[in-house]
Design a protein around this ligand. Structure first.
Ligand SMILES: [Zn+2]
Length: 245
């Protein structure tokens, strides 16, 4: 059982998910959609409320240390005339400039992302629904290109080839790999990162086709195949929350 609520912390509305589950101690973490407070299901009511309080203090101190984190929860606003820069092109956003239609429709062609809302006077829009629709459109357009890029990297770096690559919405990871099936998943937001950062995540996931874990051997392989991987993962730590699509 879990609920997401909004807490007012350090003058910001912060989404907090509270999960009651079978565990001994409280655990606090952060995903790209909310903070998460995990609480033992069978604790007493008083212990539960103390754990929530200490979770709140943890969130306060986390935000004080890294105020940029709040960008994570800010939704992208799509404004008429905006530009979305991906690793290989600049895409212009047009809102309601084409023929108006009923409901939300979207097309991404020749570097123009056209969003029609069906309401002619709207010139900017935001919301999870729009964002997910835009991410799907980008995933569709870029899937082949990124797959080709990953195939080239696998060949160039002498890493195993994969079965399938999927650009997808992910809430808390940049990439994942099912080493049994040989499928890679890459977070669609990485299209907004520099090409070498995208490549670095791809190489990391290809590396998991050799070693499924994060063992010493895995990191030795990554050091060899992607000598600047630390620089790239630091770039993501610093800038990752700004990659909003
Ligand atoms: Zn990994």
């Amino acid at each position: 059982m879990s609920t997401i609520r909004t807490w007012r912390i350090n003058n910001a509305d912060v989404p907090v998910k509270i999960v009651y589950e079978n565990r001994r101690n409280a655990r606090f973490s952060l995903t790209s959609s909310s903070f998460v407070i995990r609480i033992p299901r069978f604790a007493t009511a008083q212990t539960k409320s103390e754990m929530k309080e200490s979770g709140k203090r943890w969130i306060e101190s986390t935000i004080s240390r890294k105020p940029d984190l709040l960008n994570l929860f800010a939704q992208r606003i799509y404004r008429d005339g905006d530009c979305i820069c991906t690793f290989d092109r600049e895409i212009e956003v047009t809102v309601n400039r084409g023929a108006s239609q009923n409901g939300l429709s979207l097309s991404l062609k020749s570097n123009i992302l056209a969003i029609n809302t069906g309401q002619p006077d709207v010139k900017e829009l935001e919301g999870e629904g729009v964002s997910k629709t835009v991410q799907k459109a980008f995933a569709k357009i870029y899937n082949m290109l990124v797959t080709k890029r990953a195939q080239d990297l696998a060949e160039e770096k002498e890493l195993p080839t994969f079965e399938k690559l999927r650009l997808t919405y992910m809430s808390s990871r940049w990439g994942s790999c099912s080493s049994k099936k040989g499928n890679l998943s890459i977070n669609t937001k990485l299209l907004l990162a520099p090409a070498e950062v995208l490549d670095s995540v791809i190489i990391h996931e290809l590396g998991h086709l050799v070693y499924a874990d994060h063992s010493k051997n895995f990191w030795k392989l990554i050091d060899e195949k992607d000598p600047y991987h630390r620089r790239h993962s630091n770039w993501l730590k610093t800038n990752g929350t700004r990659l909003q699509l």
